[in-house]
Each structure stands twice: as structure tokens, then as C-alpha cells.
Design a protein around this ligand. Structure first.
Ligand SMILES: C[S@@+](CC[C@H](N)C(=O)[O-])C[C@H]1O[C@@H](n2cnc3c(N)ncnc32)[C@H](O)[C@@H]1O
Ligand SMILES: Nc1c(NC[C@H](O)[C@H](O)[C@H](O)CO)[nH]c(=O)[nH]c1=O
Ligand SMILES: N[C@@H](Cc1ccc(O)cc1)C(=O)O
Ligand code: SF4
Length: 460
């Protein structure tokens, strides 16, 4: 059968790691079917449908997807879960310069005189919120019935962990620090933002390893001390983004100013050590090759062996359109659909110690997002109500899904819709015959449908 080409820019970058193995595809597939723990070489064979040839063999691909779908059925059954949540990102100001990211704005654009003082200070595209802004936005979403807030933000130069950290940075200065008085809007400290968002026991999912590194810059505080302080302020779990590809030769190309692989793992271990749940992600489909993707899965699997703290793994397919990587001519597009399907399937087969695999409708859209549920995924993300990361990169799959849309989509592919809490411990199977459909697991969630307010014309 004709092989289908991939978008991996093989040979473009002089990486030491190459997708070459002594294993055969057939052996690797047999191990996967038998439920044996896979080696890196096994993973590379499955992800490439065999390294002996270029491109993806569609027939072999189907065999890998089938094995993953079967494993998914054995491990988590037929339920497809989703969460009623809000994204409330605090600021787009960030000088870290990751080449795949168009969420960020140069922090200088938020200095006094560049934008009006106070409130949610917007540049043409971006924003900084005060703690009071965040509280208002969260309070409003809680009334609508959500019970999780996800908050991931740019590394604003004025953000410090808490008042003590801010005072120390004011007194001595510090790396990537400028006092809040220089900016039109003061984002407060991380602790103030979390305390502001901690309304009515809502679950706070925030402070990625990169943000934790920012929250300790210029001090000798350990990651454990940082996460302990954040937990005291209301933090419940940590998004394992900033992972990108956990191989330093790739990080050196796409995010040279980010923490390295070892530090990402150290921050995540600290979060786990103080009793926080974490998620883990991979952001793929740019300059890396299949060897890097599997090495990334290996870092995640080892971390999970040590900690057991990962509640879900989330493959984030690179959204390429309006990003520096494309503008600089380093890549021309993202992963193909076949690569997306295989990455999901091999994640299910490789990560034998992670139960939940998330399909992101933000990255894949509804159609491919639903297809992913038969390639190994069993979770379909959340309602989010607002989305900025993918939208700014040129993604077009929207910012909101209602519980009704979830129930309809999941039922249409013959699976069982179930609302979940962030930690997956609480679940409620939804009967598709028993509408109307709204969230029920939150403090103010009485089953009233979540409406898409952006679709309703505003009152004048
Ligand atoms: C935008 S950052 C915000 C939090 C924090 N600044 C950090 O880097 O951890 C969160 C994550 O969004 C993802 N992301 C950013 N741009 C993306 C893109 N164009 N396509 C897919 N994922 C992207 C990356 O995985 C990144 O780690
Ligand atoms: N995959 C994406 C997510 N996933 C996060 C979930 O919405 C939820 O917060 C998590 O499962 C913890 O319960 N969020 C995004 O904003 N964009 C994605 O692509
Ligand atoms: N906000 C991230 C996705 C994300 C957030 C939290 C998670 O736990 C996992 C993934 C993005 O859109 O790229
Ligand atoms: S991914 Fe995060 S750290 Fe990197 S530029 Fe974007 S917002 Fe900043």
C-alpha cells in the first residue's frame, strides 16, 4: 500500500536523536497487543509504522489504532468524560520568546503610557487582569455552574510569588523583574491571584512548571516551598504544560529561554511531593522527530512510576498558522491527521501507568477530536468558556462547548458521556434521554444548562 508522507522536517535540523531502531514493527506491535511494557525503540516503530521505510503505512496505522482502542476499553471502559471549567488566564505579557507561541505580547507594551491605566488593560490583542478582575470573572462563571478554573499566563515581569518575594525583588532587583509601578495594570502576586480566584471552593488548576520557576526567580526558595505556598493560597492541581518536547536538543530550538527537561521534572516532582495532582502534556508537530516524541513519553512514564501524580495526559498538536516558527520559515505546517492519530494511540500504549488520555477539541476540532476517542483517548476536555492560546495562533475551533453539545457528540459516536471532577474521582454518567443538560458537580451547579453568552447579543 502507498505510504503517506509526514510533516516531520526530517534532516532539516541537525539533531543527534534520529528515529532509527533495531526493532521491527511486527515485534513492537505484538508486544503492544500483549500488554508488555514498550521500550523507546518499540514506541518509535509504532509511531512511524516502521522505520525501515519513509512515511506512514495506512494499513499498519490502523493496526496500531486498533490496539490502542482495545487498551483504552480495557483500562477505562466506554465512558467519555468532560469537565465544566473556565479558562481565566491572567496576562499575555511575556518576554520568554518561545518560537511556537503567539499567545504572548512583549511586556513593554503594557508599561504606563502605552495602554490606559487600571482595569483589564488591553493592548491590541492582549491583556493583564488585576486580582479583582479575576475574582469577578470567576464569580460570574461559578454562577453559571462551572467548578474548575484553569489559569495559565505569560511570565509578566512584575509577577512575584507573594509580598515577601515582591519586596525582595524590589530591594535587590532580579532576573526578568520590573516593579508593578511601571505597568498600567498591576497583576498582583501569584498568591493574590489565586486567593482572588478561590471562590466557593472552586478547583484551581494553575501554575505550570514554567510559572513556578518564575515565582522563585532570584531567590533560593525550592520548588517545594513555592508549591506549598501556592497550595496554601488555594491551588489544587498543576497543569503540566511548558513540557513541549522534553528533550533538550529540541527545547534549545523552540524555547531556548524555557527551563530545561530536568528542571521541568524537578518542578513537577515538587508539586507531587506537596500533594498536588498534576497533568502532563506534549506539544508536538513542529521541528521534532518521532524519536523525540517517544523519549518525551518515556520521561512522562518514568515520572509517573515515581509519583503516580498524573491524572491525565494531553497531546497538544502544534497550531502553526500565526507563529514565529512559521514566520521564520523553520516549519511550514503542523502534524498531519495520521500523525495526530498515531501520537494519541502510541501515548495510550506507551503510558501504561496513566489512565486518562485527553482529546483536545481546541487543537483538533470536533470531528478529529471525536475520532481521537477511538484512537486511545477517553476524555474530551472541558467547557472552558474562553480560549486565547490557540485562537492567537490562528486556530479556529472556538472557545466553548456546552454540556448538551458534549452529550450529543459523545452519544453520536456510541460512547457514554460522563461529567467528571478535575481529579476524576467524582463522575456522573449523563442519560442522553434526560435533558436539559447542565453541570451538577459544582457549588452552584444545579443542572441548569451552560449557555454560550458570547452567542447571545449583549444588552445595550
Ligand atoms: C501559552 S503557555 C502559558 C503558560 C506558561 N507561560 C508556560 O509556558 O507554561 C501554555 C502552553 O500552551 C501551549 N502552546 C502555546 N502555543 C501553542 C501553539 N501554537 N500550538 C499548540 N500549543 C501551544 C504550550 O504547550 C505551552 O506550554
Ligand atoms: N487540552 C486543552 C485543555 N485541557 C485542560 C482541560 O480543560 C482541563 O482543565 C483539564 O482536563 C483539568 O481538568 N485546555 C485548554 O485550554 N486547551 C487545550 O487544548
Ligand atoms: N492551556 C493549554 C492546555 C492545557 C491546560 C491545562 C492542562 O492541564 C492541560 C493542557 C493550551 O491550550 O495549550
Ligand atoms: S509558551 Fe509560555 S513562556 Fe513561552 S512565550 Fe508563550 S506564554 Fe511565554
Amino acid at each position: 500500500m502507498e505510504r503517506v508522507s509526514t510533516n516531520v522536517p526530517r534532516g532539516r535540523f541537525e539533531f543527534a536523536q534520529r528515529p532509527e531502531t533495531d526493532q521491527s514493527f511486527e515485534n513492537a506491535l505484538a508486544k503492544a497487543r500483549a500488554g508488555d511494557r514498550l521500550t523507546v525503540d518499540d514506541g518509535v516503530e509504532l509511531l512511524t509504522t516502521g522505520t525501515a521505510f519513509d512515511g506512514i503505512d495506512p494499513r499498519r496505522k490502523e493496526l496500531v489504532l486498533e490496539a490502542a482502542d482495545q487498551r483504552r476499553a480495557e483500562v477505562v471502559g466506554e465512558e467519555v468524560t468532560f469537565v465544566a471549567n473556565l479558562n481565566n488566564n491572567v496576562t499575555t505579557a511575556c518576554n520568554t520568546g518561545c518560537l511556537f507561541c503567539n499567545f504572548k505580547d512583549p511586556a513593554g507594551e503594557f508599561e504606563r503610557g502605552q495602554v490606559p491605566d487600571g482595569g483589564v488593560a488591553h493592548t491590541d490583542r492582549g491583556f493583564t487582569k488585576t486580582p479583582a478582575d479575576s475574582r469577578r470573572i470567576v464569580t460570574d462563571a461559578l454562577e453559571r455552574g462551572i467548578y474548575e478554573v484553569t489559569s495559565v499566563s505569560g511570565l509578566h515581569p512584575a509577577l512575584a510569588l507573594d509580598d515577601d518575594h515582591r519586596e525582595a525583588l524590589d530591594a535587590q532587583g532580579g532576573p526578568n523583574y520590573k516593579p508593578a509601578s511601571m505597568y498600567a495594570t498591576d497583576p498582583g502576586t501569584y498568591v493574590e491571584q489565586l486567593e482572588a480566584m478561590a471562590v466557593d471552593g472552586v478547583h484551581l488548576h494553575s501554575m505550570t512548571p514554567e510559572e513556578a520557576a518564575h515565582a522563585r526567580r532570584g531567590t533560593d526558595r525550592s520548588y517545594e516551598q513555592v508549591y506549598r505556598r501556592l497550595k496554601r493560597a488555594g491551588l489544587d492541581s498543576v497543569p503540566g504544560t511548558a513540557a513541549e518536547i522534553l528533550v533538550d536538543e529540541v527545547r534549545d530550538v523552540i524555547c531556548p529561554q524555557k527551563i530545561d527537561t530536568g528542571e521541568w521534572v524537578a518542578a513537577m516532582e515538587a508539586a507531587a511531593a506537596v500533594g498536588l495532582d498534576v497533568t502532563a502534556t506534549i506539544m508536538y508537530g513542529h521541528v521534532e522527530n518521532e524519536a523525540h516524541r517517544i523519549q518525551h513519553l518515556d520521561v512522562v512514564r518514568e515520572f509517573q512510576d515515581r509519583t503516580g501524580a498524573i491524572t491525565e495526559f494531553v497531546p497538544l498538536s502544534f497550531v502553526h498558522h500565526d507563529t514565529p516558527l512559521v514566520e521564520k520559515g523553520m516549519v511550514s505546517t503542523g502534524a498531519t491527521q495520521a500523525e495526530d492519530e498515531l501520537l494519541m494511540a502510541v501515548s495510550r500504549l506507551y503510558l501504561d501507568n496513566v489512565e486518562n488520555l485527553q482529546s483536545s477539541w481546541v487543537k483538533f476540532g470536533d470531528e478529529l477530536g471525536l475520532k481521537m476517542l477511538s484512537c486511545g483517548a477517553n476524555d474530551f476536555m472541558g467547557t472552558i468558556l474562553s480560549e486565547e492560546i490557540t485562537k492567537r495562533a490562528g486556530g479556529e475551533f472556538g472557545e466553548f462547548r456546552s454540556v448538551r453539545e458534549y452529550v450529543e457528540m459523545i452519544t453520536a459516536v456510541g460512547r457514554v458521556p460522563a461529567e467528571r471532577s478535575t481529579d476524576y474521582r467524582q463522575r456522573r454518567v449523563v442519560d442522553p434521554e434526560e435533558g436539559p443538560f447542565g453541570p451538577t458537580l459544582g457549588p452552584n451547579a444545579d443542572g441548569t444548562p451552560l449557555v454560550d453568552r458570547s452567542a447571545v447579543p449583549a444588552d445595550d
